[in-house]
Design a protein around this ligand. Structure first.
Ligand SMILES: [Zn+2]
Length: 279
């Protein structure tokens, strides 16, 4: 949900679009600026979400974040903006801050894992022992240098971070399709999710439901509205029916357009098995 016009409006917009759970950016998605400090606004937003029965809430960190970058400047900026986003997320009652598992382009995988550990462990330690957001690492689309596009690569990343309990995982259907899991085929989708939960077990706390413009394994991250891409209605029906998703929030990020968002949510709700939370 866009927070253009302030967080205050996002809760009402989410209700209008038919949301049950919610993900927001709290700062420019394509910039390094930290979220604005606004304790009163944060409190109002929290109250509005509670009043509307919306939750859980996730905050997506800016896309530029890359702890596997060879550039110390990029890594430090990443650390600063994620730390600030975690603080904002705590203030608005979010369950987690979603960060893309990075890409090690120049330095290679081993160095990328090492610098990611170096950045994530202190952030995760800072969350330990208190309520508040987890750091949610999102599986990526498998573009060049991707640290964690395949599920076993994410397992390796978590192991590199000592399996810190405050590090959890988000699976994005478009990214998984791009990374070579064939979600367009119901049998393939069930097999992929079996593998996801076998590999990453209880770490998975969030699913991003986005259709994909590209065939499985294309390594391209191009979202499109639910049912209009290569995953299709049959793929999403199989994904949503998987027992691993029974209690997980599913968030769509196909577009910023509220009308399209409402259409996507209606479509997902129609495809999910009976027994989910009422709209
Ligand atoms: Zn995503």
């Amino acid at each position: 949900m866009s927070v253009a016009g302030g967080l205050a409006r996002a809760a009402g917009n989410a209700v209008d679009a038919g949301c049950e759970s919610l993900q927001v950016f709290t700062s420019n998605a394509r910039g390094w600026a930290p979220p604005p400090v606004d304790p009163e606004g944060d409190e109002r937003f929290r109250a509005a979400l509670a009043g509307a029965g919306l939750g859980p809430l996730f905050v997506h960190a800016p896309y530029l974040v890359n702890f596997a970058s060879a550039s110390p400047v990029t890594r430090e900026r990443s650390r600063e903006v994620v730390a600030a986003t975690l603080a904002k997320a705590a203030a608005i009652g979010a369950a987690g801050v979603v960060v893309h598992a990075g890409a090690a382009l120049a330095s290679g995988r081993a160095a990328g894992l090492a610098t990611t550990r170096e950045a994530l462990l202190p952030l995760a330690h800072g969350l330990a022992g208190r309520d508040g957001p987890d750091l949610v690492l999102e599986l990526t689309a498998g573009t060049r240098g991707a640290l964690a596009a395949r599920f076993e690569e994410m397992a390796e990343l978590l192991a590199a971070c000592d399996h810190h309990p405050r590090l959890t995982v988000c699976m994005d259907t478009c990214h998984a399709q791009a990374a070579g899991y064939d979600l367009s085929d119901p049998i393939g989708a069930t097999k992929a999710l079996d593998e996801l939960f076998a590999t990453l077990g209880g770490r998975v706390v969030l699913v991003h439901a986005n259709d994909s413009r590209d065939p499985p394994g294309a390594g391209r991250d191009r979202h499109c509205p639910i049912g209009t891409g290569t995953i299709g209605d049959q793929g999403f029906a199989a994904v949503l029916a998987h027992p691993g998703l029974a209690t997980l929030p599913v968030i769509t990020e196909t577009t910023g357009d509220p009308v399209q968002m409402a259409t996507d949510i209606t479509r997902l709700r129609r495809l999910r098995p009976p027994g989910g939370r009422p709209g």
